[in-house]
Design a protein. Structure first.
Length: 113
């Protein structure tokens, strides 16, 4: 992965709400309304975050009837993790495993304390 692409994705993922959003769509695709409800933010704010994630190719939109549903683009996430590991001398997934998203969230995408 080119260093500019690596930096673009890293910058995109530096926003907590985007991490929470990606965690919500990791296992199931959701529409803007469902994401807004679970994140506790407006649909407009969700749409802005989705726009940034889409520009970084981190999500895959899918039209279902009248609504767009979004799912994580695991291929890009895997390439990003692998590139970070190579850039900083670690094999992907070896030492950190599930610690890619270290913030623990409940089913609504809220932080667990």
């Amino acid at each position: 992965m080119h260093p500019l692409e690596l930096a673009k994705i890293s910058k995109c993922l530096s926003v907590e709400t985007r991490i929470r959003l990606l965690r919500l769509i990791k296992d199931q695709s959701l529409c803007v309304g469902a994401l807004a409800k679970r994140l506790g933010i407006t649909p407009g704010a969700v749409s802005q975050h989705l726009r940034v994630l889409k520009a970084a190719d981190l999500i895959i939109p899918e039209k279902r009837g009248y609504f767009m549903h979004y799912q994580i683009n695991q291929r890009v996430i895997d390439r990003w993790v692998c590139s970070l590991s190579q850039a900083f001398g670690r094999e992907a997934g070896r030492e950190y495993g599930e610690r890619i998203f270290p913030i623990s969230l409940d089913s609504k995408g809220e932080k667990n304390v």
